[in-house]
Design a protein around this ligand. Sequence first.
Ligand SMILES: [Zn+2]
Length: 633
Amino acid sequence: MQTAFVLLTALVQVKTTCRFPVLFASVFALFAHSTFASSIIPLGTAEHVSASAAVFRGVVVGLECYRNAADGLIYTRTSLRVVEPLKGTFPRIVAVSHPGGTVGELTLYSGLSPMMKQGEVRLMFVVRRSDDNLTGTQGAASAVRLEYVNAQLSNDQQSLLDEVRSLTLSGQIPGEDVRDQTGFATSDLTTGLTDRGGGIGARFVQADRGEPIPYLIDADHLPTGITLTQATNAVAQAMNAWTAVTSLKFAFEGIQSFGTSADSISTSDEKLRIQLHDDYNAITATSTLGIGGQYTSATLTGAGWGEGGNVAGNEFYKSSCGFVVLERTNTTMQNLASFTEVLCHEIGHAIGMAHSSSNPSEPSVPLKQSIMYFQVHADARGASLGVYDPPVVQQAYPSNNTPPFTYSRVMDVTTASVTPNLTGINDVELRGYDLQTTNLTLLTNNAANLNGQFNKSGSIIKYIPNGFFATSARIDPAGTGYNDLIYLRYSDGTNSSPYARVRVISFNSDTLSPSDGIPDAWMITHFGNANPIIGLNHRASQDADGDQLSNLNEFRTGMTPTDSSSAQRITLVNKTNIQFQSKAYELYELHASTNLTNWVRAANPIVPLTSTGLFTGFTNTSPYMFFRVEKVR
Ligand SMILES: [Zn+2]
């Protein structure tokens, strides 16, 4: 007896909103170029550890120079991802600061400061300065570079590390809590993206398929002095700022009165809703010019795979929809450039960006000049990203190597005393797609073997039921239930697709021995008898209605074997639509050719939800073209 199972992973809709206060006045002062001097006494390792507030091994993931308003000096802030906490309590990425660096035309060199580079591994001994920033206990001597050759340290470096580990009991002795000193990465981590739970960000996945994110604008009211044309152009400019540095595309779907505040709409339609007014009072603080955020489908498989795919090693949840709500009555928003800047910032939140900084006296120029800085700049910049923004957003939407994509499948399994071994019966072909020409690798992860086994051979998944099961009720293909389940994803070596599912959704018995693959119930429905010997041309290999599809293929493709007009035909063709007879929830590709010899895919594959499939928006560039529809096994 087979068991039906409802997917255990709950779909969690999580919403984030970020608010964007108005500009606070800031005073900038110029300081004289200063030098400084000090001297140090070398310490032994034990003294070095005890004199340090915190000790850790880390990888340099970010570097930036800034001028410190307090003393006028130039400093370099180095962000290190903590890979081994030895003494103290750390954030995931910790910032340390040392005198020296270059800001504009001014360079300050300090011989006492370490010169750290992106990607280096350092053993760090740090203390707090009077301004709370962390710095090397002994300057450069407290940032020991660990050079790994074939994953091995030199004997000297290894024995130093071992000594520090024993002195700190490998993190078991308490040190200072330095979690307030968070750094930011300019490489290798999803820093700067909104944490949607467990340190995981979320992304819209349409761009992986070369498709745009649709967006709607609610323009029921506009800021005084801004016309509808200016407003819709501003939205387009704000989106263009993000598309220019990523794989993202957006498509305007029209003006619409949402009838409620955009941030309250949680429909999983993967659209952005831009509301240019706050008629429904989503914004409560008077200093807030806009809010932006998204709803996220926060699910991971047991193997830790995300529905948003994996970009360069970072797993993502899937964004299910995004929103922006703007305050229109504030005078800042009646300035078109500021209105556009706020749009660009809030759209950043809607696609997954967090604030670059929420520090009103942020010393870092890149963080402060980011479009994602928590305060509006209102300096006529409009929709302009800062240097900080592109590498951060590209962690979710890489500009030139997008993750692959694939499609979920369902299986109606034929059961018999001997499992039929026929092409297209109890098997599916899993195809991976990618915007780049990359060799893709299929990865699978069994979620359940409740009633049988999935066997993978190349890109074919074959299902072997554990027994000769009686016919079961069909589980809704639109839902998430299953008799058995396997997860799949494709990898291009760097990125992986969002995960997809292959679900067994019904068992259908065939008493014929040996089985011809066609269940009894289908035979009885169409031929009045389960026995193919009874009646004319009822065998699997025969063609009862003479439409060139064998009875077995009529079964496989969801057609009617006694109707010659039901034969997986293209039923309508024009310049923008190709309609065909389909089986719901199967996978179809559209191919085009100008010579009937060389065929190329002319559109992304589709999974029709009914017995009529429809391709739209396909490549149609030549004066004449031939098209064919392929049902993927
Ligand atoms: Zn914000």
